[in-house]
Design a protein around this ligand. Structure first.
Ligand code: ADP
Ligand code: GLC
Length: 473
């Protein structure tokens, strides 16, 4: 393998959010252009791992202080993913149902990272690049540079891609004894605000840092949950690379999850069919424009404003709108989204939970997708929505700013607002209702957005260029 991606998530093996979609797709496109690329992730107890066959590639042990864990590296037997997949199985630690959310996540991800390096350090042919994603793999660049036992890896360029700087995985220096032996004078490279901070350590130690959109890179210098100064200081080795999407998985013409396939020629009937399916299932009115939200119900997505936004819109007698929500997260927001169901029966519904199939049908059947995000490092939803002919309504921030142009501008195709605020989101939705009334314009924009190319075919090259620069350094 020339390039190794190390990540906590990868679609379809284990997915919590967009990180999984990116790590599940980018390697496929890198292999297509001739870079031998593989993915290394923990073995979780998911549907995918239960339903697929693996063979054992390597057996070893990993220590955490005095505790010693046996682990196996499993390789997926079929090559359906388009890249080799290696799963590090650490029984008792990683092989659980969920990716995150356990009280021993620090131990779990530290053991995973050490196990990955215990394996890679034995390779006869060393990889050319190690590409780490988010804080869960953020200690790898540090360990490669400073841990004595991984000294043979220290000349391999490492990349950190920041998908979300909100989560940094900090823990106390009391746990330093989990680390492999290194010269303690280098401990400063692990530290931020008197804690061991895996994301900060990766920003300091990786050869290059990327963010998942150019705007997010700039925004992080003034809002990075405490790492602003560090990210500003490391701007020389940082670059924003906009994510792509997997146009094989996300293709309305072939998507097996939606109720009727369509392309831009027959999008009118295709989208109508999917909308009818949703309206039947969720008791909505197919005559009205359908606004949808899909996502994690957390502050970053502006989720706590959604109940008020939708209640305001649906209470306005001058607006004819329907709303469907798919999401899970903050229990208070889940409760509020459920509590307005009765008041707006027939025009509003919410499915609280995670449902991959339903998400595809909503991208296909909705007229507009609402994204009032407070922070959006890239955002994939708006790109899926474009491909499925659903017009995005976004707060202009991060990747949303980089991908969506307002209809008031030349060749604009989305609806944008400046701030994450109820009144601004409501005005944006009112503008969308106006656009819906102008059916010729609405249909023209729908056709236009389906042609926008956000495929990895284009975006993957930006990473290859970066790899080549680092390899030749
Ligand atoms: P983030 O990673 O911050 O959650 P992204 O826009 O990058 O945001 O990616 C979110 C991904 O997760 C998309 O593939 C989206 O369709 C999916 N998703 C989010 N919430 C749900 C849900 N409740 N059910 C199904 N898919 C979801
Ligand atoms: C993160 C971000 C999201 C981004 C995704 C994939 O989860 O919140 O904006 O699209 O990673 O990079």
């Amino acid at each position: 393998m020339e390039i190794i991606h190390i990540s906590a998530e990868c679609y379809p093996i284990a997915k919590v959010g967009g990180l999984a979609d990116v790590v599940g797709a980018l390697p496929k496109y890198q292999n297509k252009v001739g870079k031998k690329t593989g993915v290394v992730m923990p073995y979780f107890n998911t549907k995918f791992t239960q339903n697929n066959s693996f063979k054992i590639d390597h057996r070893n042990t990993v220590s955490l202080g005095d505790l010693l864990y046996d682990f196996e590296v499993l390789i997926l037997e079929n090559d359906d993913l388009g890249y080799p997949l290696y799963l590090i199985k650490i029984p008792g630690l990683m092989d659980r149902e969920n990716v995150y959310g356990y009280s021993d996540d620090t131990e779990r991800f530290l053991a995973f990272q050490k196990a990955a390096l215990n394996w890679i350090v034995q390779f006869h042919d060393k990889p050319e690049i190690i590409h780490c994603h988010d804080y869960h793999t953020g200690l790898i660049p540090f360990m490669m540079l400073y841990a004595h036992q991984y000294a043979s890896l220290k000349d391999i360029p490492t990349i950190l891609t920041i998908h979300n700087a909100q989560y940094q995985g900090q823990f106390s220096f009391d746990k330093l004894y989990y680390f492999p032996e290194y010269d303690l004078s280098n401990s400063g490279m692990l530290e931020w605000a008197q804690m061991i901070n895996p994301l900060a350590a990766a920003v300091k130690c990786a050869w290059a840092v990327t963010t998942v959109s150019p705007s997010y890179l700039i925004e992080l210098r003034s809002a990075a949950n405490g790492l602003e100064w560090l990210l500003d200081n490391e701007k020389g080795k940082s670059i924003g690379i906009l994510n792509g999407i997997d146009t094989e998985v996300w293709n309305p013409a072939t998507d097996p999850m939606i109720s009727k396939n369509f392309n831009k020629q027959n999008s009118l009937s295709g989208k109508k069919n999917n909308k009818m399916f949703l309206c039947d299932k969720f008791d909505l009115n197919p005559e009205k424009p359908l606004f949808a939200f899909i996502g994690r119900l957390v502050g970053e997505k502006g989720a706590e404003l959604l109940p008020e936004i939708f209640d305001t819109i649906l209470s306005n007698p001058e607006l004819d709108a329907n709303v469907l929500v798919l999401g899970s997260g903050d229990p208070g927001v889940e409760y509020s989204l459920n509590s307005i169901k009765e008041k707006h029966k027939g025009n509003y519904n919410a499915f609280i939970g995670y449902d991959e199939t339903l998400s595809h049908i909503i991208y296909a059947g909705a007229d507009f997708l609402v994204m009032p995000s407070r922070v959006e490092p890239c955002g994939l939803n708006q790109m899926y929505s474009l491909r499925y002919g659903t017009i995005p309504i976004v707060r202009s921030i991060g990747g949303l700013k980089d991908t969506i142009t307002d209809i008031s501008e030349e060749d604009g195709f989305g609806i944008c607002h400046e701030n994450t605020a109820v009144d601004e989101a409501c005005i944006a939705i009112e503008r969308a209702c106006e656009l819906y009334k102008d059916q010729p314009k609405f249909k023209k924009i729908r056709k236009q957005i389906m042609q926008i190319d956000h495929s990895w075919d284009k975006a993957a090259n930006n990473y290859i260029e970066l790899y080549n620069k680092l390899i030749n350094k």
